[in-house]
Design a protein around this ligand. Structure first.
Ligand code: IMP
Length: 433
């Protein structure tokens, strides 16, 4: 059993920072991995040997047989996706015996949530005044809307035919007229959906538990617990580039709510950041590069969405945004991924400030309107040419790469405890997380 350490792992940019692989590196120190927000919009890639696993809903600890994985109350669950991921794992040679717990209180993504997600995006696309968000289409926003509107169907409801019937009827009374009249779609038939939901309930029942209690028991027993954030700080509903965000609290504080861990119990917050920036979907991305550099980063970094396959927008590291993430999450240490992707460039820059109305902000403001007006201040670095994939110690890196990493540490005021130098599990410089 690992020594008691409660850590939160959080994306420090727009998601896709490589959180799954950091969980993998930390696995030996962890007994319990908890997902606390988001749903199947996430795509956490873990590479083991020649095999690549992409987890959407399951916590990334599922590959470890001694681990307990928890889908916390703050997650929204698409049961079909969960069934598929569990089935895929069973057929893998790295078949996991990890125990899975699903919170009674997690909300269920219903088929009408996915439909409303797609229809909402289509309407915003067509509207003369509406900007589409570029959602993953997984029904995340509409599901959280129902949760906060107190209409949501929770995992436990699927196992209670009477409650399920009442909630589903109420939901269809509300959704069907919108689907028919506003979006000109076909209404949902109660019977079919009800049978499907009962089937999901039968499937989920063995996994359902009070995750709050399970996490508390693990804590009291002195276990190593990791709260695995999905998406990233700049996609957070409150702290991200609103409205171009997801509908959940991706920041470290989200773990207190969606993972049921009291703030006083948390030892450490690990922020995962790429050595450059990427974003999928619409919305501000100040350092985005539409030219050769952006293309080069996309190709070298294989920057295509793990969930939707969409090409990611790419650009320079934005340290004003990363500093913001360090502050908002209370990050103690940074895991810096994909440093190898920067090898062999002709130019190398990072953004160090947003200049707005003549004033320089080294921490970007939580204001989409202000950021839109910003002129960026950049610092140039000397690029390194050597392939760094085989480096396993910080001192083996070329001096230019070390200077890049040291500058990030000084700028953000926290150490870089892990450096990703290649796609494989072993392609890591570990300095302590
Ligand atoms: P939604 O979460 O599907 O509602 O999408 C809202 C925004 O968040 C879109 O711009 C998506 O591309 C983005 N997004 C959602 N999940 C992820 C993720 O796991 N990685 C990166 N972007 C994401």
């Amino acid at each position: 059993m690992a020594k008691r350490q409660v850590r939160i792992l959080v994306g420090a940019q727009w998601g896709d920072e490589g959180k799954g692989r950091v969980v993998d590196v930390l696995a030996k120190d962890i007994d319990v991995v908890v997902r606390y927000q988001g749903g199947a919009n996430a795509g956490h890639t873990v590479v083991v040997g020649d095999e690549k696993h992409v987890f959407h809903l399951l916590p990334s600890g599922m590959l470890y047989k001694d681990c307990t994985c928890v889908i916390g109350n703050g997650v929204v669950i698409d049961p079909d996706q969960l069934m598929k991921e569990l089935a895929d794992l069973t057929s893998s040679p790295h078949r996991s015996a990890a125990k899975l717990i699903v919170s009674y209180a997690a909300h269920i993504v219903m088929p009408y949530h996915k439909l409303l997600d797609a229809m909402g995006e289509r309407a915003r696309n067509k509207s003369a005044v509406g900007a589409p968000i570029g959602t993953t289409g997984k029904g995340i926003g509409p599901c959280y809307v129902d949760k906060y509107n107190r209409l949501g169907i929770r995992a436990e409801d699927l196992t209670s035919p009477n409650i399920l019937e009442q909630k589903l009827r109420l939901n269809l009374e509300e959704k069907n007229p919108v689907i028919e009249k506003v979006y000109e779609g076909d209404p949902y038939a109660f019977d079919e959906l009800y049978e499907t939901a009962l089937e999901w309930g039968r499937f989920l029942k063995p996994y359902l538990a009070d995750s709050t209690l399970a996490i508390d028991e693990a804590y009291e027993a002195g276990k190593g617990i990791l709260f695995e954030g999905a998406q990233g700080t700049l996609l957070d509903i409150d702290h991200g580039t609103y409205p171009f965000v997801t509908s959940s609290s991706c920041v470290a504080g989200g773990a207190n709510i969606g993972g049921a861990v009291g703030p006083g119990r948390v030892d450490r917050v690990i922020g995962v950041a790429k050595a450059y920036c990427t974003r999928v979907g619409e919305g501000p991305f100040m350092t985005e590069n539409h030219g050769e550099i952006g293309d080069r980063l996309r190709t070298a970094g294989a920057e295509f969405g793990a969930t939707t396959g969409r090409p990611r927008r790419c650009g320079w590291l934005d340290l004003a945004a990363l500093s913001y993430a360090v502050k908002v999450n209370g990050i103690n240490v940074i895991a810096l991924t994909k440093l190898d992707v920067l090898s062999g460039l002709d130019t190398l820059r990072v953004c160090t400030a947003y200049r707005i109305d003549g004033k320089e902000y080294s921490v970007c403001p939580n204001s989409t309107i202000m950021s839109d007006l910003a002129e960026l201040v950049y610092r140039e670095f000397t690029p390194w040419q050597a392939n760094i994939e085989k480096c396993r110690d910080f001192n083996e890196l070329p001096e230019e790469a070390r200077e890049y990493v040291r500058f990030i540490e000084e700028f953000c005021g926290v150490p870089v405890g892990l450096i990703g130098v290649g796609p494989g599990r072993e392609d890591t410089i570990f300095r302590g997380l």
